[in-house]
Design a protein around this ligand. Sequence first.
Ligand SMILES: Cc1cc2nc3c(=O)[nH]c(=O)nc-3n(C[C@H](O)[C@H](O)[C@H](O)COP(=O)(O)O)c2cc1C
Length: 398
Amino acid sequence: MSLEIPQFARTGIDIAARRIVHPYLTRGEAQTDREVAHTRALDLMEAMQKNPDVMRLLKEMFVFEDPILQTEFAGLSLPNPLSIEAGFDKTIRVHRLLGEALGFGVVKVGTVTKIPYEGNPQPRIFDLPLSDGLINRMGFPGDGTNEAESRLREDNSRKRKNALIISVAASRISFDRGHQVTDFIDAALQMRKYGDGIEGNVSSPNTRGVTGLQQTEVFQDLSAGVREVLTPNGTKVKLIIYKYSPDLDQDTREKVATIAIDNGADALTYGNITTDPQIRAGLANDTHREEMGGISGRPLKERALEISHNMYSYLGEGTPISFAGGIANAEDVWNALTYGGARIVGVYSAFVRPNTFTPNFAFYVLRDLAKAMRMARMSSMQDFKDLRGKKVPYPLKG
Ligand SMILES: Cc1cc2nc3c(=O)[nH]c(=O)nc-3n(C[C@H](O)[C@H](O)[C@H](O)COP(=O)(O)O)c2cc1C
């Protein structure tokens, strides 16, 4: 049960988060290098996660529980449909805090790669305050699947209500050696003991070659290999998900979706960051707008929604969609669950950007979503079934 915290006190927490904590995290060199702020935030979160009393308190303050939000995703039971997307907790340090104490129904960790790699030179994450987004060119920094494994061993799935999905890929080093497909499959193999599902990331534009994994022949080999290692002795051990780029054309998107499904995919994620020149040209006059990398947040929102809608029209009810791109509030989630046809909806950028930064993030989104559902006379997440693919006005508008 959550503590009954009056709204003025929650607003106080938001103000403290935005006027004290965020400036503290982004001081000094973090002004030009947002990754420094991110690392500081992870250090703080990890320290809190280690303290059971703090975890209990955070949980009571920030977890929004309501049976109306309970849902099912590709056979997993979830307390709610809100996901924190891959990349936030790349090295699997704070997934317990994100799920148990900050209330995300799905926590996607990684992307982890078999071979450790430092990623692209820093700085490599840039804030776009005027456009309400981010540009990043991380390039899969991480300490590899062995380290990931040592951290995941502590995961106690019996205690978790949220789902844990592990995002895997191949690092730049694997591409340089020409081992990208086998290393990708090895990463899935090594991670298959942990969490509830594996999300194959074939869509990061920041490592040369990665998006090439979405070419149909290559993707066929990759997804057949992943299926094999996740189906030892003929029984699938974990969900198989693939995350695609918003920059694919619809024809390719459909082809690779079909290949994924033929190779046992349980769900598909739309999608990753974009390098689309049109979206870049539409950015406001931000200092960092010319930085190389993929764009996320608000500038991606409409595109991501259209893609999800088109893919829902193609996939129908058979293969559930996990949505990501520009989500910042309950209205965005509503649109993704209705017009976008999605079953779960994820966020990254808005959770870290200064104007929406608060530990109440998931609480607000889920509280408002539950309220909107009741306004629309819905009684469970199942009721979205009839609304998927349709434009349905957000009930709390105005
Ligand atoms: C700094 C940063 C790092 C990211 N790293 C990953 C990653 O490692 N793996 C991945 O699948 N997606 C990664 N993403 C993409 C997000 O998971 C998400 O798909 C994308 O940002 C769109 O959602 P958003 O608009 O809510 O941020 C990253 C995004 C950002 C901003």
